[in-house]
Design a protein around this ligand. Structure first.
Ligand code: NAP
Length: 516
């Protein structure tokens, strides 16, 4: 039995008592335990603020970028061991384990390169500034400096490596120390990521700490200079952002929550055409990859009424090719759901969709294994605007519902019924339809992937979050924004308007300009 430790104040530490169990989702056995009882979690906040913050702020962006590169390399060097832990503790086949771990390695490397590009600076200045009066001397700049507190990152169970790394990369590059808290159910992988980074000596003391288990009283003690970035369920996100100190002390809070992402096949796409093939391939992948446990997975499949049956058939064929079983078997492409509770939630979710008027139109066979398996399931809601649960309940597994639409107005209305999504994908080639549609759906989604024949063989599926593009969405999706290149740093930096003599300000903040 493994006891997961936390890494606090420069030490690996075990909590008291039995702790919470972690299961092997393929067999259902308990494989590890985690507890933070008795650990000095408030001391960890001070450690970050007093040791990690000053150390990071003393580093230039290029130096912080070099530290991120060292983190990326540490994970890369440990990659094989990390993949094994992912297979065992999260039930991911090798390809899904790589998706998570390589995503972590790549995101750290991407932010490392942004740091290198920013060079010797320690803070940022927006643009060239502006004259504030008729005088060309009295000038205004907006400067961005790291907040003086700590970034606490609370992550969901589905991406124990990438979820940790994508948040940490941005905060650390901004110059803010991190305390990362993975979901307990799959925390083993995060523990080993942090261990690899600590052993590589990639970061200054206090820049990165890890909580394996409950955060105890920690979040109630965040203040004006701290930040909380959360990924998980809408209910937990709502509760955390509503804590009295978050509200009264204006703590920065970013929430990534539930999302009923839509994939929309536009009219005029012929079955068998490159755009059609791209649509079927992407939707099939989004349903089965990571066993559908991706915040960006497709949950609603919008299809012109006349194409419902060809789409159903093609998706059933696509899903029928996915081998489900023991993730340690190299031929297996889909593993179990990560926890028993999530498995039960997925099964209850399918029932809720059926009660709302959807019918199951394809279901694969569940393997005869003891673990938390759910077969890929495709539903059809013939009256899509009436089937409210289809737009409201995120069934966090290999499950999606086909929704027929009559015209573009109805298609846009159906997308909006999700009340805010992380990503919407649209597949079509007719610009006269696509332009108005994109403008109509953009306010309801954080990212749009437009699939068309010219990129059918080179685009990345919509579920893949790229560090250069914003990740987050309005409304139900939490209203947050992460990544997006340098945009992501804004969450960890105070933007301050500074007014004064232009030449002096330029000098103070390292702004160079052509002579007037
Ligand atoms: P969750 O129960 O909301 O947990 C998310 C994180 O919050 C975990 O680290 C959890 O820690 C922590 N947490 C829960 N209660 C807390 C509290 N009172 N104080 C501090 N931390 C607390 O979500 P989940 O089980 O990971 O995922 C469930 C659902 O979240 C999914 O079904 C899906 O709907 C949604 N989800 C959304 C995204 C997204 O990016 N949009 C990603 C994944 C999941 P413990 O594990 O220790 O309880």
């Amino acid at each position: 039995m493994i006891t997961l430790q936390s890494y606090l104040q420069g030490q690996w530490q075990s909590g008291e008592g039995e702790g919470a169990p972690l299961h092997d989702p393929t067999r259902g056995e308990v494989i590890a335990r985690a507890s933070t009882a008795g650990l000095d979690l408030l001391g960890a906040l001070d450690w970050a603020r007093e040791k990690g913050g000053p150390a990071l702020r003393a580093m230039s962006f290029a130096e912080r970028g070099a530290a991120l590169k060292a983190m990326s390399k540490a994970l890369h060097d440990a990659r094989e061991a990390l993949i094994e832990i992912s297979i065992r503790s999260a039930g991911t086949p090798r390809s899904d384990a790589k998706f998570d771990i390589d995503g972590a390695i790549g995101t750290l490397a991407y932010y490392a390169s942004l740091g290198r590009g920013l060079g010797d600076r320690c803070d940022l200045v927006e643009g060239e500034g502006e004259a504030l009066t008729r005088s060309s001397r009295f000038w205004g700049h907006h400067v961005k400096v790291p907040i003086r507190g700590v970034a606490v990152h609370v992550n969901a169970f589905n991406f124990p490596a990438w979820g940790f790394a994508e948040k940490a990369a941005v905060a650390l590059l901004a110059g803010v120390p991190v305390i990362t808290k993975p979901a307990t159910a799959t925390a083993w992988l995060t523990v080993e990521c942090v261990r690899a980074i600590v052993e590589a000596g990639a970061l200054p003391e206090g820049a990165l700490q890890l909580v394996s288990g409950s955060t105890g009283p920690m979040l109630e003690h965040l203040g004006e200079q701290d930040a909380l970035a959360f990924t998980g369920s809408a209910s937990t996100g709502t509760m955390l952002r509503g804590l009295p100190n978050m509200l009264s002390r204006s703590v920065r809070v970013n929430v990534e929550a539930d999302s009923l992402n839509a994939a929309l096949l536009a009219p005029g796409v012929e079955p068998g055409s490159p755009t059609w093939e791209m649509f079927i391939r992407d939707v099939g992948r989004e349903i089965s990859q990571k066993t559908g446990q991706k915040c960006t997975a497709v949950r609603r499949i919008l299809v012109p009424e006349a194409l419902v049956e060809p789409v159903r058939e093609a998706l059933a064929e696509e899903l029928g090719r996915v081998r489900i079983g023991d993730p340690a078997d190299p031929s297996c492409r889909m593993g179990p759901i990560s926890t028993a509770a999530q498995r039960d939630d997925v099964l209850a979710g399918i029932d809720a969709l059926v009660s709302a008027g959807a019918e199951i139109v394809y279901q694969a066979e569940r393997p005869e294994l003891a673990g938390f398996f759910v077969a890929p399931t495709l539903l059809l809601a013939r009256a899509p605007e009436q089937a409210s649960a289809v737009h409201e309940r995120e069934v966090f597994g290999p499950v999606a519902t086909i929704l027929p639409y009559a015209d573009m107005d109805q298609a846009a209305r159906l997308v909006a019924l999700g009340l805010g999504s992380l990503v919407t994908s649209v597949y079509g080639d007719d610009p006269s339809l696509l332009g108005p549609l994109l403008r109509e759906i953009a306010p309801h989604t954080g990212r749009i992937l437009l699939g068309s024949k010219k990129i059918a063989d080179q685009a990345i599926a919509p579920g893949m979050v790229l560090p250069s593009c914003v990740h987050g969405g309005p409304g139900r999706a939490g209203g947050g924004e992460e990544l997006g290149g340098l945009r992501g740093l804004d969450f960890y930096m105070q933007r301050t308007a500074v007014q004064g003599d232009r030449a002096l300000l330029d000098r103070l903040f390292g702004v160079s300009r052509a002579k007037d």
